[in-house]
Design a protein. Structure first.
Length: 366
């Protein structure tokens, strides 16, 4: 089925125009809508920025031009971390980022992105779509004047870039590391200094000494940013972000004004983008990792078991402290942990055993 056919099946559709004039209110005439999407990502950045562009494209195609969306990279219209405020205030209609960037507004919202030792992309999607995650997200985002859609996932991320080997948790004491969300709180508990920076500022921060280490996403994105130029050791796994959700957030008033057909188009477009972004990371990460190692001399390292065990203990402490801080955080954590216990039981029986077994086949012995 063609993309347009898929999107059109979700709704009755029509035609649209484009507005690029600052933060002025877009025109609506003869049923045509012109929206702007601000993002936390650099313009057309692989996987993340291109996912936002793809979303805009699908919305335009699915509505046959009735709703067209102009995408602005982080910093083009508003600063990356001001994206949600701009949407919430109605300065623009739509945004794209990841929920933990907004945890300063609602602490529990960080669980929607990912939480340490939590769930894989497949499990995270299952929770949001069928385990009550969407309803909890709607509750939180409505407080911010927005409507939430899951709009991509990175899959399991890498553990970060360092200029010294990580042999124990002491390596994090006093370490200034770019790491957002609940992972950052765990680093803080380990004695480090978590610093939240948009992706576009990471390399410069490494160069200037503002940070000593960083995590970003995985090989595909990290290669594109050139992080290998200022860090030598590349650690795995990304214990802090095993399946990070991206969010498409829409001004709630603008969302409620839309007719049912356009709402359906946006919903279907996000479903498609959610899958395609994850698929792109799966397709590109390993070849990018090869390039990092062979062409740029990156040293790939696995975290010692003692480090992961230490982080697991600290993570439990961090998430429980958060849940104790307010009733909404407790509500979200209880829900996600109940779903996780069921998902992990099945994953252990199915995917974990299969992954171990498939290496018995000769075509994997290259």
């Amino acid at each position: 089925m063609k993309r347009r056919d898929f999107l059109k099946k979700a709704a009755v559709t029509g035609a649209a125009g484009v507005s690029t004039a600052g933060l002025a209110t877009p025109a609506i005439s003869q049923g045509l809508r012109e929206w702007r999407m601000v993002t936390t990502w650099p313009k057309n950045f692989p996987g993340l920025g291109t996912g936002a562009e793809l979303l805009a494209k699908f919305i335009g195609e699915g509505s046959e031009g009735k709703l067209r969306v102009k995408v602005f990279g982080g910093g083009e219209l508003v600063k990356p971390f001001d994206s949600l405020d701009a949407v919430s205030k109605g300065e623009v209609e739509m945004g794209h980022g990841t929920p933990y960037y907004w945890h300063g507004k609602i602490p529990a919202i960080a669980f929607l992105s990912a939480y340490p030792f939590g769930m894989t992309a497949q499990e995270q999607n299952g929770w949001i779509q069928y385990g009550g995650g969407q309803q909890l997200a709607d509750e939180m985002y409505s407080e911010l004047g927005c409507k939430f859609f899951v709009s991509g996932n990175s899959g399991v991320q890498m553990g970060g870039w360092f200029n010294k080997e990580v042999n124990d948790l002491e390596a994090y004491r006093g370490l200034k590391m770019r790491i957002p969300g609940l992972g950052g709180e765990v680093i803080k508990a380990a004695g480090g200094e978590p610093i939240n920076l948009p992706g576009s500022e990471i390399l410069g921060a490494l160069e200037s000494g503002r940070i000593d280490a960083t995590e970003w996403v995985g090989p595909y994105n990290d290669l594109a940013f050139g992080l290998y130029k200022k860090a030598k050791y590349y650690y795995y796994p990304g214990w802090h972000e095993p399946g990070t959700t991206l969010d498409n957030f829409i001004n709630l008033s603008e969302w409620e004004k839309l007719p049912a057909d356009l709402k359906s188009v946006i919903e279907a477009a996000n479903v498609a983008v959610n899958q395609l972004v994850l698929s792109e990371f799966v397709a590109k990460n390993n070849s990018s990792l090869r390039t990092l190692i062979k062409d740029h001399g990156v040293i790939l390292k696995q975290f010692p078991k003692s480090v992961l065990s230490g982080f697991a203990g600290l993570s439990e402490q961090v998430v429980n402290d958060l849940a104790s801080s307010d009733s909404l955080s407790r509500k979200v954590l209880d829900n996600i942990q109940n779903f996780r216990s069921e998902a992990v039981a099945w994953t252990s029986l199915s995917e974990t055993t299969f992954t171990a077994s498939r290496f018995l086949y000769s075509y994997n012995r290259r």
